[in-house]
Design a protein around this ligand. Structure first.
Ligand code: THU
Length: 126
């Protein structure tokens, strides 16, 4: 499965998504990009709020985009800042990725490509 994933393109899509972020409070542009099992790539960016805790993570926006643009399942996910730095999804977003990608969904991490199952052992699941 690994060989079919263009990680360079996925990382680049995440950086491009980050450029669309609304982040006047943290000033951290976050972009997420996922390759889906139907061959599509979906993206998301963070959308902050004056009530800081209401801010939406890039991965949440990406989850909405997945559903709104035709569905499918996440196969591989990359998250980047606007400056191109690798960012890891927070715990909540790992659950969201797990829900929509399943345990074998791959993530780009500082330690290489890992499955979401490795990054979120014993995830909550229905
Ligand atoms: N953020 C994400 O977009 N994804 C994460 O997984 C963690 C954090 C955003 C939320 C907020 O807009 C900014 O990063 C700083 O916390």
């Amino acid at each position: 499965m690994n060989t079919r994933i263009d990680w360079v393109a996925l990382r680049s899509a995440a950086v491009q998504a980050a450029a669309l972020a609304y982040c006047p409070y943290s000033l951290l542009q976050v972009g997420a990009a996922a390759l889906c099992d139907n061959g599509r790539t979906v993206i998301g960016c963070n959308v902050e709020n004056a009530s800081y805790g209401l801010s939406l993570c890039a991965e949440c926006a990406m989850a909405g985009q997945l559903r709104l643009s035709g569905g499918g399942r996440f196969m591989a996910v990359a998250c980047r800042s606007g400056a191109g730095e690798l960012l890891m999804p927070c715990g909540r977003c790992r659950e969201i990725i797990h829900e929509l990608g399943g345990p074998s969904c791959l993530l780009d991490t500082p330690h290489g490509i890992r499955s979401i199952e490795e990054l979120l052992p014993d995830a909550f699941s229905s």
